[in-house]
Design a protein around this ligand. Sequence first.
Ligand SMILES: [Zn+2]
Ligand SMILES: [Zn+2]
Length: 139
Amino acid sequence: MAVNRLKKLGLKLTPQRLAILNLLEGNKKHPSAEEIYSQLKPRFPSLSPATVYNTLEVLAKAGELQEVRIRGDKKHFDSNPAPHGHFLCRICQSIYDLDVEPLEMQTPFSVKGHLVEGYTLYFYGICPVCQEGSKTKLN
Ligand SMILES: [Zn+2]
Ligand SMILES: [Zn+2]
C-alpha cells in the first residue's frame, strides 16, 4: 500500500520514505515530524530531517496525509486524510481522534449557500487517562 502511494506521487522509492509511511500507517498517535525523525534515526543513520520534512510535505499536499496543527507551533501527521476532530490533552500532550456527532460530516457539504470542502476541528482539555490519574491522586 505504501509502495503504491509513493509510486502514484512519482516519489523515488527509498527505504527511508517507505519507513516514514509504514510508521504512519494506522498510527493513531499523530506524531510530529521531529518524532518521526527520532524514531527512525536509529534504523537509518543516514536519514536527514530534511528527508522527513520533504516526504511528509509531498504526502500532505497530495492529500495522502493530514496535517494536524492543533498545537500551533508544531505540525503533527495523521495517515487518515479524511476530516475528523482532534483533541489535545493539556496534561499529557497526547493528540486523540475525536469525532462528535453531528459534526462528523462528509465533505463537500453545503451550509447556508457556502460549499464546504474541508474543515478542521480542534478540542482542548483533559483526556480520560489523565482524568483517572488526578482522581487517584485525590483519593
Ligand atoms: Zn492526558
Ligand atoms: Zn486524527
